[in-house]
Design a binder for this molecule. Structure first.
Ligand code: ADP
Length: 437
């Protein structure tokens, strides 16, 4: 039994005893006991009122505490009061450091509720988007950034890629808007807006430079290759044969490189695909497989095909062909002779996919995220030897990006690799059995 309860029982016993004593003195025990009960009730009512007044007036509960059970109640209330104050102070400190941090960030940070209304914004939101907090609380984000494409972007709720555009209040700048769903139910949205004008122009300048240089190189290279072919057809002295052969090899390597650079800059410069059609996908796959067989030549790879003939795709012929062909030629280049290469065209829960699996050496985990970077090679010597330009997977990534698709790479050292092009369901075309015949 706790000390306060013991104290309270003792006090009650004392009051009752005094009542009995009073009853004996006046010769009426009922009056004595009634008097004791009155004192007992008055004590509790007095303590209740005084505790309520202290709490109601938000006063601090201070010592000395009353006796009995009330000492326990006062002690516990005072402890909770101190704990609350500490929590409040911590919260205040957290809020002020959060406010200082959010004010120091140069990116605009905005939170939206499930109706896309602004529920909070940091000071940078005013500079970048003219959103003032708390004045614009509850305002629709699309009222502040009045672009139809932003409305579509929010409605579609596919926030994988950031949105890049010039804001209305500063047409010369370019911003990138990235949305992330917040919280357990993902009902709120976190919008981070960053100024990317300089980066955008730098990237554009780089793309234009690469594209112009590649264009400029194309014609002289064609002339060189033409003359080298003519020379190799003509009668030459024996000591000229090897240099001529090497010159031809290197010139065609350069031609491949220039062509890949031009393809890549075209894919980068135009943000959306054009000329999209329902693709004769089975025919396209069988053509790229035939090309891969030619490339395999004496290495005699086995090609195993699992094709869903009732499934087709909406896309750009050239870009899809180039993507599939790059993946297949890599499988041939990086897997041993006589090994099997499996090609699958199927549909899964995420949409249609095309995959190429090989039984090559496999790729270490650390290389996988970097494979689609320009000129990233695991073994530069081997890549060059097999005629690679180091741009194949970068081309695949960009072509797929323009089709809202994704390149997925999985690999196991010693067992081989699988490269898959995962398309969204919206690009699938389901043919009836008779259509595909
Ligand atoms: P490359 O012209 O060098 O083949 P890619 O962009 O097509 O350029 O590929 C980049 C690198 O990824 C290659 O150099 C190679 O190291 C690695 N790679 C690509 N495909 C495979 C594969 N199927 N198996 C193992 N490594 C691969």
């Amino acid at each position: 039994m706790s000390s306060v309860i013991k104290e309270e029982l003792l006090l009650t016993a004392l009051i009752l005893l005094s009542g009995t004593l009073l009853g004996w003195l006046v010769g009426d025990y009922t009056t004595g006991l009634l008097g004791a009960l009155l004192i007992y009730a008055a004590r509790h009512i007095y303590q209740l009122i005084s505790l309520y007044t202290t709490i109601d007036k938000k006063k601090e509960i201070t010592k000395p505490y009353p006796k009995g059970i009330w000492r326990g109640i006062y002690q516990e209330s005072s402890r909770q009061q101190r704990q609350n104050q500490k929590l409040k102070q911590n919260l205040k400190q957290f809020i002020s450091s959060f406010q200082a941090a959010s004010a120091a960030v140069s990116d605009a940070i905005i939170t939206l509720d499930n109706a896309y209304q602004i529920s909070w914004a940091n000071p940078a939101a005013q500079t970048l988007l003219n959103i003032q907090w708390p004045k614009d609380n509850g305002l629709l984000l699309t009222k502040k950034i009045d672009y139809a494409f932003l409305d579509d972007y929010l409605q579609q709720a596919d926030f994988g890629k950031p949105l890049e555009f010039s804001p209305q209040n500063s047409q010369n700048s370019i911003i990138s808007l990235q949305v992330t769903p917040l919280g357990k139910t993902e009902q709120q949205l976190l919008v981070v807006v960053r100024e990317i004008t300089q980066l955008f122009h730098l990237n554009q300048a780089r793309r234009n430079f690469v594209s112009s240089v590649s264009h400029e190189l194309k014609t002289p290279l064609t002339v060189l290759v033409g003359f080298l072919e003519a020379l190799s057809d003509a009668e030459t002295l024996p000591h000229q044969n090897r240099p001529l052969e090497l010159m031809q090899q290197q010139a065609s390597r350069m031609q491949l490189l220039v062509n890949d650079l031009l393809t890549l800059s075209r894919l980068e410069i135009e943000s959306k695909t054009v000329d999209e059609v329902p693709l004769p996908i089975c025919q396209l796959i069988s053509e790229v497989v035939e090309e891969a067989k030619l490339l395999s030549d004496t290495q005699e790879h086995h090609f195993s095909l699992k094709i869903n003939e009732t499934l087709s795709l909406h896309g750009n012929t050239q870009e899809i062909r180039s993507s599939f062909s790059n993946l297949l030629s890599n499988a041939v280049k990086y897997s041993p002779p006589n090994s099997t290469i499996t090609i699958v065209w199927e549909e899964n829960h995420a949409g249609p996919y095309f995959s190429v699996s090989d039984r090559g050496e496999g790729i270490a985990k650390r290389h996988i995220p970097r494979l689609t970077e320009r000129f990233y090679r695991i073994d530069a010597g081997r890549s060059r030897e097999s005629g690679g330009t180091g741009l194949g997977l970068a081309i695949v990534k960009h072509a797929l990006y323009r089709h809202d698709a994704e390149l997925k790479i999985s690999s196991q050292i010693g067992s081989g690799s699988t490269f898959s092009c995962q398309f969204p369901p919206s690009r699938a075309i389901h043919l009836h059995a008779t259509d595909s015949e």
